[in-house]
Design a protein around this ligand. Structure first.
Ligand SMILES: Nc1ncnc2c1ncn2[C@@H]1O[C@H](COP(=O)(O)OP(=O)(O)OP(=O)(O)O)[C@@H](O)[C@H]1O
Length: 228
């Protein structure tokens, strides 16, 4: 599904963020990406979403090389990817409904379809009935769920999360990861970048580890939450 072959990224100014990285996230797989601060986790996610471009090597999604995709095609590619950030990136002056609806509005869905899909997405993340709230009125965990609802509202086959539990306590963090597990169960490929080794140990999915831009491990583990 997502494949990196000998991928390097050097930022303008010479900072080497990724060096000869190889990895493969399989179709429908859920996995973690970990590593120290500055190891290159966010950079790797940015190459998948074409926020940044590789300096060398091949990044492909479903066999299609995305390194040279034209700027005009980037929005089409991103429709296949739901992206979740630590700080939610929510529009605080807009309602929960408007935040979650945003990707569908951009794609030109009808009002009726948007209402139905937003309600479905909020139901999935446990926020049904909070459509008219502003994110500022919600707890940190609820705000993160709004970000997740927005990422999954157009049912993308790939979900990428960058430190999605960074600001949450251990119980809320586990709730969020169980939520990712439900998307994984429905067939979505999920890649979660996190520092939280305790959480990773409890979940027992495959873990890719970056160290100073190099991939040093992609250990195979398959058991689920609570089976550790
Ligand atoms: N836009 C940029 N320009 C120059 N250097 C950058 C840029 N973005 C990241 N870097 C550098 O690339 C390296 C990898 O950064 P990256 O953000 O990918 O790491 P990370 O593992 O996500 O770190 P953290 O866990 O702290 O978020 C770091 O040395 C960082 O300073």
């Amino acid at each position: 599904m997502i494949q990196f072959e000998q991928v390097s990224k050097v930022y303008p100014g010479g900072q080497k963020a990724l060096l000869d990285v190889n990895f493969h996230l399989r179709q429908g797989e859920m996995a973690f990406l970990t590593g120290h601060s500055g190891a290159g986790k966010s950079t790797l996610l940015k190459l998948i979403t074409v926020i940044e471009r590789a300096s060398a090597g091949r990044v492909s999604i479903n066999g299609h090389d995305i390194a040279n995709v034209s700027p005009k095609h980037v929005p089409y590619l991103r429709r296949n990817i739901g992206m979740i950030f630590q700080n939610h990136h929510l529009l605080l002056e807009k309602t929960v409904f408007d935040n979650v609806a945003l990707p569908l509005v951009i794609e030109g869905f009808s009002h009726g379809e948007i209402k139905k899909r937003v309600a479905g997405a909020l139901d999935m993340v446990g926020l049904y009935g909070k459509e008219r709230h502003n994110p500022i009125m919600l707890s940190g965990g609820e705000q993160q769920r709004v970000g997740i609802a927005r990422a999954i509202v157009n049912k993308p086959p790939i979900l990428l999360a960058d430190e999605p539990t960074g600001n949450l306590d251990p119980k809320l963090s586990m709730d969020i990861l169980r939520l990712f597990e439900t998307f994984h169960d429905a067939g979505t490929s999920v890649l979660i970048a996190t520092h939280d080794l305790g959480l990773i140990a409890r979940m027992k999915y495959r873990t890719f580890t970056l160290k100073q831009g190099q991939m040093i491990g992609g250990e195979q583990q398959t058991s689920r939450v609570g089976e550790a």
